[in-house]
Design a protein. Structure first.
Length: 276
């Protein structure tokens, strides 16, 4: 072997007796840690979020090293892909001006809420998921899952959940697309009962005006929906509840928030402002 590799016997035995290098031992440890975080995220995390998780636990490792180890083991996270928009804006109801104007960075909680509706398929039929997200901490504060697109089964219950979770005691801008549920007399009358709430709507056919709400649905569908064949409506409801309330709001690291979770961002806001 020494002749093949053109090294002296002494060099070969010195290398052989030295054992694994420090780098190799670290890679072995990190491989196990990365696999654990990858599995805990249900293969949703890529190298960036896994590196952030390990740094939180006191390990010094770069995203590039995590990526290299993941490539070596063929561990590939779930990727986003296009999905069909679901807005029905062909109606005769009045619409609101786009007051948000893509200002997605409010300075406090309960300053701007955004909402959207999407379809979810099951073997027992379609479900319709409505969400309300606070732009400050990106937390899903209200949501509903229904078998009908009627206003009373979509945005009304989602709104009721949101105001139970967060009391509106300062001015609030509520933004959505021009969907019939948001433009309906029922919903407009409902939110006008609180004079602190102002309604805003995206420009016609412009998905970027409500990109945060739509981005959440893309993330949800990549990380949950596309890999699950929901046999029953109840199975879909359970999975979506766990995704929103247990995973997304409380555990998932959000890049916009500096790789904090929405709940961590909420807690920091209250601590900084000394409010409960």
């Amino acid at each position: 072997m020494c002749k093949i590799f053109k090294v002296s016997r002494s060099s070969f035995y010195r290398w052989y007796s030295a054992g694994p290098s420090k780098r190799a031992l670290e890679d072995s440890l990190f491989t196990d840690l990365i696999k654990k975080e990858f599995d805990l995220s249900k293969q949703r995390y890529g190298s960036t979020r896994i590196a952030e998780k390990l740094k939180r636990k006191g390990y010094c490792i770069s995203r590039f090293r995590v990526a290299k180890i993941m490539r070596a083991n063929n561990w590939v996270s779930k990727h986003k892909r296009k999905f069909k928009a679901t807005t029905d804006s062909n109606h005769s109801y009045p619409v609101c001006r786009n007051l948000l104007n893509r200002n997605f960075n409010p300075y406090r909680l309960n300053k701007v809420w955004v909402s959207d509706i999407t379809y979810i398929q099951t073997n027992q039929g379609w479900l319709y998921l409505t969400t309300i997200i606070d732009l400050f901490d990106r937390q899903v504060i209200g949501w509903s899952l229904s078998t009908s697109l009627h206003t009373n089964q979509t945005i009304i219950p989602a709104w009721k959940m949101a105001i139970r979770k967060r009391k509106i005691n300062m001015d609030l801008l509520f933004h959505s697309d021009r969907g019939i549920q948001y433009a309906s007399k029922t919903f407009r009358t409902f939110i006008k009962s609180n004079p602190l709430v102002t309604q805003s709507m995206s420009r016609k056919g412009n998905c970027w005006d409500n990109s945060v709400a739509e981005s959440f649905f893309k993330t949800l569908k990549v990380e949950l929906i596309y890999d699950d064949n929901f046999k029953t409506i109840e199975q879909a409801k359970t999975s979506i509840f766990e995704y929103i309330e247990i995973w997304y709001n409380r555990k998932r690291l959000h890049s916009y928030l500096g790789y904090k979770t929405p709940c961590e961002m909420e807690q920091e806001f209250y601590q900084f402002n000394n409010v409960a």
